[in-house]
Ligand binder design. Sequence first.
Ligand SMILES: Nc1nc2c(ncn2[C@@H]2O[C@H](COP(=O)(O)OP(=O)(O)O)[C@@H](O)[C@H]2O)c(=O)[nH]1
Ligand SMILES: [Mg+2]
Length: 466
Amino acid sequence: MMDKEKSASTPVFAVVGHPNKGKSSIVATLARDDRLAISPRSGTTTRSESWSYCNNAGCYRLVDTPGFQRPKAVLDWLRQRAGSAERRAAAVAELVNDPQCRERFPDETELLRPIVAGAAILYVVDGSRPYSPEYEAEMEILRWSGQPSMGLINPIEGDTHVADWEQALQQYFRLVRVFDPMQPRLQAQADLLSTFAHLQPEWSDSLRAMAREIREEPRQRLHEAARRLALWLDHACNLQVCETVIDKALIEPARQTVLRRYARQLVEEEQQAFAELLELYGYHRSPLEKSDLDIPGDLMDRSEWKFWGLDRRQLLASATGAGASAGAVIDAGLLGHSLMAGAVIGGLAGLGSAWLGSDKLENTRLSALAGSRWGVCAGPSRDRNLPFVLIARYGHLLQQLEQRTHAWRSPIRLHAGDWKQPLEALDEGQREALMRACDRLARQKTVDDLPGILLPLLEVFAHPEA
Ligand SMILES: Nc1nc2c(ncn2[C@@H]2O[C@H](COP(=O)(O)OP(=O)(O)O)[C@@H](O)[C@H]2O)c(=O)[nH]1
Ligand SMILES: [Mg+2]
């Protein structure tokens, strides 16, 4: 990756414009990185900073820059330097390298530096604010640089003035596009990249290839998420923590210890699985919000499980194989007729937590070892809901990541939905396979092709409206 990134033919784009027009937001979204500083305060970006994005087809680099502050004064300076057109690009380079100019126009010299070094220009404006000629000095300076350029209209608070802006920008830029960095639409990002391919002939092939790859990206990422979720589930459902004691009187304290360790380990490993998912999606610093209701801070707090796992009826259906028939999982009425009458004696009320395994999350056990020693273990869990709870939590986090861009600065918040929608969205075979897999996981049995079984479900989480 590094080599590709460093090669001279790497496309580089300087994202420039007035302060507070969403330059940093556009860079964050197109670079798929949430580490950029974005804020409602203007002047947040004071240095030009490069952000690379690479995929299998190549890399591009975006330079986040400070906004123009004194474009008219800068243009005056340039005009004094360059009498004729062929001197203009040289004058811009002189400005960037002139120590006095750096002092007088720190923002302009900083933002023009990458352009003088060869970057193409993406000039960003706000399509919700009216056009005014005060922007013309900025656009004129950019034109003087002689670098390939494009106008980008960011409809920050709506598209009221987009048409006017298109007219004005077309006077200065051959290419003009509307792009909203807050919309999680990879298609729009890929289209924009294909447009960038027109800016510089030597970049066209690699940018087009990258655009194609970006269209593939969501699918590849989901495959990877399914693979990781399968590993995490398999691990969590088999988790066991043991201690050996040599004195019978120490068995009870040891039981408490292993229980605590088991609980802590399960929680920590879930955090780790979440952190890796965030990283897979390019989120490195967005806070993961743990509101009491939405996400149980403690996986062991079973009172919260009702938000995440199957309800009792769904769980019963899954464990008795009723998950195999469409609707049975969801429709309690149907469940009542098809199952309750025969297989299960009593009503739902008669279903003890013992049968469901819901008092067996920790499941401690004791075994006599040689030499009057005892092994005290917590886990693996016998709770039939454990795999469902873990899948739901992972799935909802993935849903949040699919539905935001790297320009968002709001915390990532998990909204626990029930299992009804995801289960309904699966077809019968997929649902049956999922139910069987979870049943086996809860009994520490291996599952063939668990990632393949989880993938359709993660697709539902990723695109619940589809
Ligand atoms: N609603 C909305 N807000 C935006 C959009 N683009 C930028 N912002 C907000 O506008 C402010 C300035 O954005 P920033 O990217 O830092 O602008 P910059 O100064 O040009 O780099 C931030 O509060 C952003 O969250 C947009 O498309 N929609
Ligand atoms: Mg900025």
